[in-house]
Design a protein. Sequence first.
Length: 395
Amino acid sequence: TWEKQCIHINDKNFMKYIVENLNSTDNENYLYELSIIIGLEGVNKHLCCSISQAINSYEIAHSIVTMITNNNNNNILIKTHCCELLLKMASAYVELGQHKIANNKFSQVQDLIIDNEKSHINNEAWMLIHRAAFWVSKIRNSSIPSADNVEHVNKATKDIEKALFLTKKQKYQVDNDSDIELFKQNKVINNACYMLSIIKSIQITVHYGQQMNTEDADNSDLYKRLQSQLELAKEINPNHDSILQLEMEILFYSSEIDAALEKCENFIKKEEERVKETKNINHEDNVNNSIPYILKANFLSQKAFTILQHGQQPNDVLQEMESMFMKALEVEPSSVDAMIQYANIKTMFGAPQISAEYTDRALPHARNHQEILDILQLNEMTKAQSLVLQTIMAK
């Protein structure tokens, strides 16, 4: 059969072969399913950090589905799938630092959603969420409120706020029985978009609030904004892990470190109970999670700095912080976040040799192009500091 023959055809000739052998509308469902399968293959490559290969799979899947849209311009599911593939490509190009191509993909999505009335709201919301991440990826030296950083943060905020507006109280019109399934799908997607929009909004405010315009940059205003966003998220799913993490980050942002640590301890207990329950069970949630321990380690490091500012020695706090980072790496040895954050903190506490060791360990596990650059930069900085320290000690 033609599909078995395709296994032996390289990617370059794959599309040509499909065009020659499947050009009738009778095969549209098959092409649609084939596009989904190849798109999923791209996702798998993306998750394995084979970004260029992932883009190649996305491009092939998109080319296949484009053939169908040329023949059937009104199929909502097919158009939605086309939008999803373009957004995946945009995300991949962002990771490679190719912002111009990524922006072009976002523009293609916008062109598609204009005439897709019944599901265009969710597609546009997804596009805005992805594009907000694109603007955030362009922020450099986030501690410095440069004009470019302010512009990127404001653009990201604007996109997220529009996504929230689109998905907050969306109404669906069911004209006939065939629209019922679409209604159900849209409702689920809408809730996911709304939830993710709130989470992204809180993350942008927490991490880049001071980069916003001067009217919003006041700490009290930012705190009120965060609390308002958190209440919206809790209305949807108060016990979701992401919401709990954001609540801790907001407390931390508000300098309520002890309160953040208390919630983090409860979060760790919850995670350990989950691991215990799923141990020896082939369950999709049976995955080690280092995030609770990394969060607590970060909170403890800030507490140690606060103690130092008061002229006291935070030895017990630093010891607990060390144990949390080690626990994070015990449960998830390839955790780039744990290694890099530990390296950063060791640099700040005057131990560049240890920092360099952990940046070396983190590099093979980098998840995208920008992360590789960030690790290399930190690695060079820590090794330079270590060399200076050795020179001083030698004297």
